[in-house]
Write a protein that binds this ligand. Sequence first.
Ligand SMILES: COc1ccc(OC)c(-c2cc(C(C)=O)n3cccnc23)c1
Length: 121
Amino acid sequence: CVLKASQKRRPLSRLLEQLLRNLEKRDPHQFFAWPVNDNFAPNYSVIIKRPMDFSSIKQKIDDNEYRSLNCFISDFKLMCNNAMKYNKPGTVYHKAAKRLLHAGLKQLTPAKLRPLGDILT
Ligand SMILES: COc1ccc(OC)c(-c2cc(C(C)=O)n3cccnc23)c1
């Protein structure tokens, strides 16, 4: 069937959704799935000025807020760096963030992205 204009996803959005799904697989405990709650993380909103999580990234994709792949990658790095800033080294969250950042950036190298064609140009 022919998709209505409203159902057509922009090529960049379709790519970012695919990349997001692959990144989420590297967060098996879903520590990064939702915004961190101050009730579980004392003073989180005081220490972390720009919170970020996978659900917020998904919302930004759906709202067409990402104008480029680099903006998407910046939010992914922000999310991981927030966790490495708030949580002390050696904690489960700091270690999970470090692993996620490392694994995620390996998925986002030009060599890995090139097969996706000139969608990025
Ligand atoms: C233990 O189960 C959960 C469930 C959801 C969480 O964040 C969405 C977190 C969580 C995630 C984080 C992060 C990412 O810093 N965190 C920091 C302190 C206390 N809890 C958390 C933990």
